[in-house]
Design a protein around this ligand. Sequence first.
Ligand SMILES: Nc1nc2c(ncn2[C@@H]2O[C@H](COP(=O)(O)OP(=O)(O)OP(=O)(O)O)[C@@H](O)[C@H]2O)c(=O)[nH]1
Length: 366
Amino acid sequence: MITGAAQMEGAILVVAATDGAMPQTREHLLLTKQVGIPKENICVFINKADEVTDKETRELVEMEIREVLSQYQFDGDNIPVIFGSALCALEGKMPEIGEQAVKQLLDTMDEKFIIPNRNTTTEPLFPAEHVYQIKGRGTVITGKLERGVLKKGDKVEILGYDKEGIKSVITGLESFHKTVDQAEPGDQLGVLLRGLGPKDVRRGTVLVPQGHNHKATDKAKAQLYVLKHEEGGGKTPLANYFSEHVFSLTWDIGAVIKITGKDFIMPGEAAEVELRLVNKMFIEPQQRFTIRKDQKTIGTGVFTEVLPSMTEDEKDKRVLKKAMKAEMERLGFNPYGEMVEKRLKPDYSNAPKDNPMAKEFQGEQA
Ligand SMILES: Nc1nc2c(ncn2[C@@H]2O[C@H](COP(=O)(O)OP(=O)(O)OP(=O)(O)O)[C@@H](O)[C@H]2O)c(=O)[nH]1
């Protein structure tokens, strides 16, 4: 769900009646909060009801999921919970848990979900999801208009992946195969742009109006929460200079994490960090992000301050390696994995012995 998560305004939490709440249930609830889905806009579909027919087990699964919802500050007592079976719906069997349950799910969403406040007065922001080159017409970017209004003829600029100052004009807007003159926040759009080269825009860049005062940056401060293992996260803490993959809006990119004020972030803990990205991207305060490793969400956070881009020295890989080596020698153990240790050959002779944190890094790397 992660990269698509920038697009979401409501959520159906699907739980198998045979399994109940799993670590990924918690992970997704956290992410649901993280992407700012209104609390009213969530409902639960307990699937595989064909395999769990007795009332008591169903009640137990429902109770458990309501408890988990409450743990994550959702209204566990009142969130709609629907039992059904996707398989029966597909195969046209047992309509009361098949087709009818799916219809009930759709009706519930129609009735209960609120349309989020769509900000039409602020400066537009349109993150690119997909980019197509159409011969003779130009470049089409698809995605969701995050905020503001876009009109045909608007002068826009592309920002992100080190790009800045690439200007264009909107020559057409399309929403669900219909040409429109104006697009509003929340609209799923195709935006046709004039005069762009194939490398000017890609997934993860954003469109903002010309005259904006953003600057793409590769350095920002953020507040980061590291997921617990039970929330689908990793088992090991996060150490200084860890390189991870950061996802925000529609972009995702490698980043080095510097922790402010402490050496590690334990699973279940939050801390202030500085993120140093591989490319300059669109970042603004309050923008949310997640950190993923090996298909797993290990952290979620919010950018708090945009910092000036990195200096050449800060970008220098050798400087980073030196810092990692110094960190290993200061801690007296290696949090970065064998490969790094082999390459950097830290000298532990003057390092403190038996750092209790060392064992936190044994076993599975987060
Ligand atoms: N009995 C039964 N099986 C179902 C139902 N819905 C899905 N399944 C089966 O459950 C299995 C998992 O389905 P997926 O669609 O891969 O579910 P998923 O949530 O992506 O699974 P994960 O990868 O484990 O997260 C498949 O074999 C489906 O056929 C259902 O309503 N009843």
